[in-house]
Design a protein around this ligand. Structure first.
Ligand code: PRP
Ligand code: URA
Length: 213
């Protein structure tokens, strides 16, 4: 795959270890859910290291008052793409407990693989925030592209996208359609199969998170 300035592939050994367990078809729903959260926390820590919104605050130690840099309250909005993106929300809330959450509902038409949008509820004032769009799977890239476009149409200017597993097709599509959006992917898989599933992948993330199959 071509290199893009707006794409970061983590390839971190600890994250890869957790993804190996995630892929295993024998991993239980509970363990799957916990791993998605843990991986998301690790990804968030890395993705935001350069631009966590911060502010200064006076802190009184037992000895004196000092000025400290702290994370700005309510500066981040998490936007999961339903359903599977929901599994990543708690993993970010661990680090940013005051982050508001917007929801975008999309499902892929099984025949055409085109994303169908069915729900959108975003917090007021989202335009001024750092928006983290999350979905564990970046396959053809259709859902991510449409979700990001929807946010831009609502006035969002600072958007990042995080996926746990990406296919080269999807990463390329989002990187080229939205060069101003930084894309973070934990691991890059080989390709898509003829049904649009990522190989080797982990199957259907929504079904594995919520036990629907
Ligand atoms: C999955 C996944 C992404 C989308 C990725 O959702 O969670 O949203 O597919 O595919 P794409 O990159 O080709 O658009 P799905 O459509 O299965 O809906 P679900 O989360 O409700 O199961
Ligand atoms: N959505 C999934 O949940 N898994 C894939 O492999 C592709 C899209």
């Amino acid at each position: 795959m071509k290199q893009y300035d707006n794409v970061v592939i983590f390839d971190h050994p600890l994250i890869k270890h957790k993804i190996a367990i995630l892929r295993d078809e024998n991993t239980s729903m509970k363990e799957f859910r916990e791993l998605v959260e843990e991986i998301t926390t690790l990804m968030t820590y890395e993705s935001l290291k350069e631009d966590v919104p911060t502010t200064e605050k006076e802190v009184k130690t037992p000895l004196e008052v000092c000025t400290q840099r702290v994370v700005k309250d309510n500066a981040i909005v998490i936007v999961p793409i339903l359903r599977a993106g929901l599994g990543m929300v708690n993993g970010i809330h661990v680090l940013f407990p005051s982050a508001r959450v917007g929801h975008i509902g999309m499902y892929r038409d099984e025949e055409t693989l085109q994303p169908q949008s069915y729900y959108c509820k975003l917090p007021t004032g989202i335009e001024e925030k750092l928006v983290l769009v999350v979905d564990p799977m970046l396959a053809t890239g259709g859902s991510a592209c449409d979700a990001i476009q929807l946010l831009k149409d609502r006035g969002c200017k600072h958007i990042k996208f995080m996926a746990i597993i990406g296919a080269p097709e999807g990463v390329t599509r989002v990187a080229e359609a939205h060069p101003d959006v930084k894309i973070y992917v934990s691991t890059l898989d080989r390709c898509l199969n003829d049904k649009g599933y990522i190989l080797p992948g982990l199957g259907d993330a929504g079904d594995r998170l919520f036990g629907t199959k």
